[in-house]
Design a protein around this ligand. Structure first.
Ligand SMILES: [Zn+2]
Length: 237
């Protein structure tokens, strides 16, 4: 008879090795996801309840997209829905979650903040989300002002129930020489919408924990996603 190895020792060693491999793989996956998110997204403007801000428009031809807002690994992700032109794995994985239509323009948010390096950032370029009501407000301002470009406006969000982009917008004045104010020509270039609204590939969605139809049936998808979310939150620190 062949002698068997001590199952406990080899079993434990295998588990430890496998455990660290899993931890490292998870960390690499998270780093890769951050890179994907950076490349295929742009910061979206939003306000807290009762907050207001001054924003300057960079363009005036909105880009409209269907998108899903879902919570993954404890943070809200906005993901492009592709169901208008091809199978959408997010619709498949979240059958009860209907995508919403949002129009976007590029803006400069004038609220300053301190970045991770401790530097104060005065201006930041963001996507300004417009749901139906805000679309009407912005369109009226465009008709009245003839152009939105470099128009400085005050935007406010009155209640927690209103759209995160705000429910009030009023023009202040047009900035004649915006480069003198923001001091960066790059900041004044509107977003390349085809780039920032590019849908994630099925590999990228799978890496984020959203499985496409061939891997999971829609019935089980949300339940399994819940497990993924719980498991990865262990490695979030
Ligand atoms: Zn979808």
């Amino acid at each position: 008879m062949t002698t068997r190895k001590q199952p406990e020792k080899s079993g434990l060693a295998a588990v430890v090795k496998k455990g660290w491999e899993a931890v490292n793989a998870e960390r690499q996956k998270q780093d890769a996801l951050i890179a994907i998110r950076k490349e295929k997204s742009a910061p979206r403007f939003w306000l807290k309840e009762g907050e207001e801000a001054e924003i300057m428009f960079l363009d005036q031809d909105p880009c409209m997209v269907w998108e899903h807002k879902i919570e993954l690994n404890g943070r809200w992700e906005t993901l492009i829905c592709t169901r208008e032109f091809q199978h959408c794995p997010i619709c498949e994985a979240f059958p009860r979650h209907k995508p919403g239509l949002t129009a976007y323009l590029s803006i400069i948010d004038t609220r300053s903040y301190v970045d991770r390096q401790g530097t104060q950032v005065k201006f930041s370029k963001k996507l300004f989300p417009m749901k139906a009501a805000m679309q009407g407000i912005v369109y009226d301002i465009l008709k009245e002002q003839k152009s939105l470009k470099y128009l400085l406006c005050r935007v406010k969000r009155y209640s927690a129930k209103s759209a995160s982009g705000g429910d009030y917008l009023a023009p202040i004045r047009r900035i004649k020489d915006p480069l003198k104010v923001v001091k960066s020509a790059d900041l004044l270039v509107p977003f390349d919408y085809e780039k920032v609204f590019q849908p994630l590939t099925s590999e990228e969605l799978t890496a984020m924990g959203i499985f496409s139809a061939p891997i999971l049936g829609s019935e089980d998808a949300e339940e399994v996603l819940g497990e993924v979310k719980d498991a990865s939150s262990i490695f979030d620190e």
